[in-house]
Design a protein around this ligand. Sequence first.
Ligand code: GRG
Length: 274
Amino acid sequence: MPAATVEPVAVHAAMRWSLFAGGKRLRPALVLATGEAFGAPAELLVNTACAFELIHTYSLVHDDLPSMDDDDLRRGRPTCHVRFGEATAILAGDAMQALAFQCIAEDDALDADVRVRLVAELARAAGTPGGMVAGQAHDLSAESREDVTAAELDLIHRHKTGALIVAAARAGALVAGASESELSPVGDYAAALGLLFQITDDLLDVTATAEALGKTPGKDARAQKATYPALHGLEATRLRARAVYEQALDALDASGQSAPLLGSIARLILERRA
Ligand code: GRG
């Protein structure tokens, strides 16, 4: 990351404000955990891990903008546009997105063909039609409707939240040189993890405080958004979370890889309070 004193200082200060505000670092943790499960050293994984956090943080900054979710609290701080203004927040998000791809493309520790595969993996997960931007677009268009089905909700979350989580898990394994057949159960594990993450996110939106979350709770209900608790009720949603957690563990078993860290990440998400 350029220092906050490097021009354009406002953009760099805004990037640092959002990136270094904390956050769970779930996506980079997944890159490191799957990479290590397949035998890659952390030094080979760290740039790729940072790239995923950059894309994720850019998406939060843009999601918080007045024209999107219009939020003023993120990671326990005023959101980027509240602190730096809307134009600078947009540019900070754009720059984080570009920096993510630069991080991988210029990573001399990785072979050129691995870098190209990682860039493709990240671009697919971040963009359209199967990635995060598509999920955000589906989400925005569902906002004005009252008849969103459970299947549509799954589709929104698979794109908006799940795609980047799946790509992060696959990316770690890719750096470690995993084969296509080894990547498949990793993808299944991470797809279950992405769904679990979203289900627990919906539960926390109903049950947690702003202090614990570092963002505004209750927004989904106020916006009358389709969520798992709204569609299925709180108790059925908790049961669904447990079932999806078991699916993630089953996929890990199927991978034949000893990956206690990946099991712990799934448990952490099931039990998270923020
Ligand atoms: C603007 C292109 C564009 C996409 C935005 C990810 C996203 C798409 C919007 C975020 C809105 C949101 C609250 C989604 C629910 C799940 C989610 C991604 C929550 C935030 O991720 P955490 O909890 O955040 O991992 P931290 O701060 O811990 O990194």
